[in-house]
Design a protein around this ligand. Structure first.
Ligand SMILES: CC(C)(COP(=O)(O)OP(=O)(O)OC[C@H]1O[C@@H](n2cnc3c(N)ncnc32)[C@H](O)[C@@H]1OP(=O)(O)O)[C@@H](O)C(=O)NCCC(=O)NCCS
Length: 171
């Protein structure tokens, strides 16, 4: 399936909020209102992106950047478009951007019972961490996940390796 990824527009905030309500926050109080999504889209420390095909939104993601870490706040793909690589493409776009911004780790929370999303994140190299009982309105547990994109130590090691590989004895 052919689709492209671009930054979300302010005019799309209400649509993204509805997608969050229906695909992520189902059976929970709706916390990601249109106003909250719009605030995030206008926030310079947050990236909102959409995957689109033929003018239709197939999926979206919101990520907040801190100094050395980023927090993936929302990610969803419409049911009919799942298992076509849209989710992976959205996360890869955000990871590439995070690397450029010098972010070393991406963190997120997922509903503990969301086996599909857990399998998805495992496949993308995310490690499951702490279980947070009652995280969602006291009703449901969350699981913390993270992926280390790079660390200063591995970065330094790869620079040393590159120096050694390029080293030539002076004549
Ligand atoms: C989780 C979600 C974003 C994945 O999006 P997607 O576009 O279907 O994912 P991809 O097609 O890129 O999947 C990449 C790989 O992840 C794994 N994967 C994805 N969904 C999976 C599932 N339901 N069960 C098992 N593995 C899964 C597979 O290995 C898949 O590769 P494959 O299809 O070649 O086997 C999507 O299912 C979704 O929107 N779920 C509802 C909202 C949600 O749970 N969001 C995450 C928490 S905020």
């Amino acid at each position: 399936m052919s689709f492209s990824i671009r930054l979300a527009r302010s005019a799309e905030a209400a649509q993204l909020a509805r997608l969050s309500r229906d695909l992520i926050e189902y059976d929970l109080p709706w916390r990601w209102s249109a106003e909250r999504v719009l605030r995030c889209l206008k926030d310079r420390a947050t990236n909102g992106i959409v995957a689109v095909a033929g003018g239709r939104i197939l999926g979206f993601a919101l990520m907040h950047y801190l100094d050395a870490e980023a927090h993936l706040l929302l990610l969803a793909v419409t049911p009919a478009q799942r298992r076509s690589g849209v989710g992976r493409a959205l996360v890869t776009w955000l990871e590439d951007t995070a690397r450029v911004a010098g972010v070393g780790t991406i963190r997120l929370e997922v509903r503990a019972g969301n086996e599909g999303a857990r399998a998805f994140y495992r496949q993308l190299g995310y490690r499951e961490g702490q279980l947070l009982p009652g995280y969602y309105e006291g009703r449901e547990a969350a699981l913390r996940l993270s992926r280390r994109l790079w660390s200063p130590a591995t970065e330094a090691a790869s620079q040393v390796k590159a120096l050694l590989l390029n080293w030539r004895p002076s004549t």
